[in-house]
Design a protein around this ligand. Structure first.
Ligand code: HEM
Length: 254
């Protein structure tokens, strides 16, 4: 017997079901997630404090929280395409938790940077608005978008905006992710050369490869629609920005 193909609204309902925060309502789920997040950040901090910059609590915390936050955001970005490869690898219901946890750790990173490095002097932090000269600009762009996504990460926001609008808004994650990678690969390259940095780079590489593979799969199966152009535009933008960061900094006055 032929099984009926799911209609568009069925697949939207399925998406909504996976994205909605039912897990957040489960007893003990948020407490467990908060504990695991804090544990991971503590491990990253301890590693920096004991082995990378022994005894330097300020920089160990700045980098430990930054690595932990960016790594969790990288995992969140990888979960969407991973689910498209195989039904058994569908962990999309955890994506929101990883994203929100990563954002909150990134906020701690930024607060520490502002307090410990710049003494809340915004003029010192934003000494140049050229993002290739001052990668804090890329970090700030990323953080602003993550904040918008964080604010609208609730089921209430999905209901208010309508699922389609909400999904379109959350496509900004691609820009935010590219900006955050451009931030941390440029700001202090020697600081990445340790296990915390290598883990982050590995997750980032996997995340980007998954996104590209997921995109290619959607385009070749004819399911991408307008997303074909959106995906091509984002990929070209990322390639151009990474090419400038690695090879043509001088051309943009950095
Ligand atoms: C207003 C926004 C931000 C500011 C002012 C900022 C500032 C900084 C500074 C000054 C450093 C260098 C610390 C050092 O000397 O090692 C740094 C490193 C780092 N930041 Fe940010 N950051 C921002 C946003 C972000 C965001 C959104 C992420 C990603 C989630 C991020 C991830 C990282 C990582 C992973 C590092 C360590 C790698 C490295 O030092 O090269 N930052 N950030």
């Amino acid at each position: 017997m032929e099984t009926a193909k799911p209609s568009l609204s069925d697949s939207l309902k399925q998406d909504f079901h996976e994205l909605s925060g039912e897990l957040w309502g489960k007893k003990g789920y948020l407490a467990k997630a908060a504990f695991l997040t804090a544990f991971f950040a503590a491990l990253e901090f301890a590693y920096q404090y004991l082995f990378v910059t022994p005894g330097d609590a300020d920089f160990s915390a700045i980098r430990g929280f930054a690595f932990a936050g960016a790594t969790l955001i990288g995992v969140a970005v990888s979960l969407g395409p991973l689910a498209n490869f195989k039904q058994a690898w569908n962990f999309v219901e955890y994506r929101r938790t990883f994203g929100v946890a990563g954002f909150l750790l990134a906020c701690v990173h930024v607060s520490l940077v502002m307090a410990k490095i710049f003494n809340f002097n915004l003029g010192a932090a934003y000494y140049s608005l050229n993002p290739f000269q001052n990668p804090i600009i890329f970090g700030s762009l990323a953080l602003s978008i993550f904040f918008l996504l964080f604010l609208t990460s609730t089921d209430w926001a999905i209901g208010k905006l309508g699922f389609r609008n909400w999904k379109s808004l959350h496509r900004l994650i691609y820009f935010a992710y590219i900006f955050s990678v451009l931030h941390f690969i440029q700001i202090n390259p020697p600081a990445i050369q340790n296990l915390g940095g290598y883990l982050l780079l590995a997750v980032t590489f996997v995340g980007m490869a998954f996104q590209l593979a997921g995109y290619a799969k959607k385009v070749t199966s004819g399911k991408a629609g307008l997303g074909t152009y959106f995906g091509a535009g984002i990929t070209l933008l990322a390639l151009a920005l990474f090419a400038i960061a690695f090879f043509f900094k001088r051309a943009v006055g950095a």
